[in-house]
Design a protein around this ligand. Structure first.
Ligand SMILES: [Zn+2]
Length: 385
């Protein structure tokens, strides 16, 4: 029988690996592999291009379509500058809570899954149970893509992807998509007394930002009347901006970052087409000033929306497990949208509260783990049936 203590032991190990997204997650992946290999799991890595990180896909049971994927990310957000009262890499129990970075988001779910690995390995499974552990979720959800591609190419398409992000075991059926862009404008510095002699990067940025503001206003005024989302429309906000050196110098550089949250059905590329047309125009204008001048735009985060599919296999599965029949929408993005886009029904449900995610003194309530043991008991009963 799987116990709280076994989950705690595994979680303590997972938390002890500092898997801040900027660093390698390979020591954690190796430890997970060493844990799962003796249980007979089929293990497949899909590494990052630079080889510093890897996803891990593990399979119990037959290599057949129709399996259930337990999905979670191994990376965590930084602790830099946060006032922790405990060592974030040391799982500490206090007042019915387990403190540690990633305890809630989302190594707690990984630990629950792993604590049941031995049970999965001994069941006469008629369809597989998979673990899909990713990297770089916290920095734009890009890491999981090569693993999804591998799963899609495997010919063993799962019927359910269960993303165990913290929801306090409530079922989340949808979220908006996220695109974050970083824009860098390089102009030509000159004395402000004669703007003709240079090209202000800030002035060009203002023109570009105005277009974004216009698109954002249009989205709001054409907001869908009926929606699962609140706000119901696609939002665009500019979260960072900087540039220039002095009042009397035309700014050589300006950089800004903007965030687009799309409702299902809105294609961010189409939405931003007028912005990118203006980027082209500004870039051409600035490049004429010198080879160093111009505009670059980089995507920093890219997660498609997860849309509600009420009768999907994933919805039916998770509602049967949790008994939760409410329709809820997440205020955050996850990898579920990417799985859904690849054709795999996905849903979000896991231990802990998103309120504790990313915080100093992040914790997972032991009660949430107890609830989790019951959810997994029902899952195993379902697999036996
Ligand atoms: Zn997360």
């Amino acid at each position: 029988m799987t116990t709280i203590a076994s989950v705690q032991g595994i979680l303590a190990r997972l938390v002890s690996f500092d898997t801040t997204s900027r660093d390698s997650n390979l020591p954690l992946i190796e430890w997970v592999e060493d844990f799962l290999r003796p249980l007979g799991a089929e293990l497949v890595r899909s590494p990052s291009e630079d080889g510093r990180k890897s996803n891990l896909w593990a399979r119990f049971g037959p290599d057949l379509p129709g399996g259930i994927v337990l999905s979670g990310h191994t990376d965590v957000v930084p602790v830099d500058g946060q006032p922790w009262s405990t060592n974030p890499w040391d799982l500490i129990e206090r007042d019915g809570r387990w403190y540690g970075r990633g305890s809630c988001d989302m190594k707690g779910f990984l630990a629950l899954a792993m604590a049941h690995a031995e049970v999965f390995s001994k069941l006469p499974l008629s369809r597989p149970v998979h673990f899909a552990f990713s990297y770089d979720e916290e920095v734009g959800c890009a890491g999981v893509e090569p693993m999804i591609a591998k799963i899609a190419a495997s010919g063993s398409a799962p019927s359910v992807v269960w993303v165990g992000e913290p929801t306090q075991w409530g079922v989340l059926s949808a979220h908006k998509g996220i695109r974050d862009y970083e824009v860098r404008i390089t102009g030509k510095a000159a004395h402000s007394s004669d703007p003709r002699l240079g090209a202000s990067a800030i002035h060009e940025a203002i023109d570009l930002l105005n277009i974004l503001r216009g698109i954002a206003r249009e989205q709001e005024s054409n907001a869908p009347k009926a929606s699962d989302f609140d706000p119901s429309w696609t939002t665009i906000t500019v979260g960072e901006i900087g540039g220039g050196t002095a009042p009397n110098i035309l700014a050589r550089e300006c950089r800004f970052v903007f965030d687009v949250r799309t409702v299902p059905g809105v294609n961010p590329d189409a939405l931003l087409a007028p912005f990118f047309a203006e980027v082209e125009r500004v870039h051409a204008k600035l490049s004429a000033r010198g080879p160093e001048c111009g505009v670059t735009v980089e995507i920093r985060a890219n997660a498609p929306p997860l849309q509600v599919v009420r009768d999907s296999a994933a919805e039916q599965f998770i509602r049967a497990l949790t008994g939760d029949n409410n329709l809820r929408v997440a205020a955050f993005a996850t990898e579920a949208g990417q799985f859904q886009r690849a054709g795999f029904p996905a849903v979000i449900c896991g231990p802990g509260s998103i309120d504790q995610a990313h915080q100093p003194d992040e914790f997972l309530a032991v009660l949430e783990v107890e609830k989790g043991l019951r959810v997994f008991e029902r899952f195993i009963a379902m697999l036996r049936a």
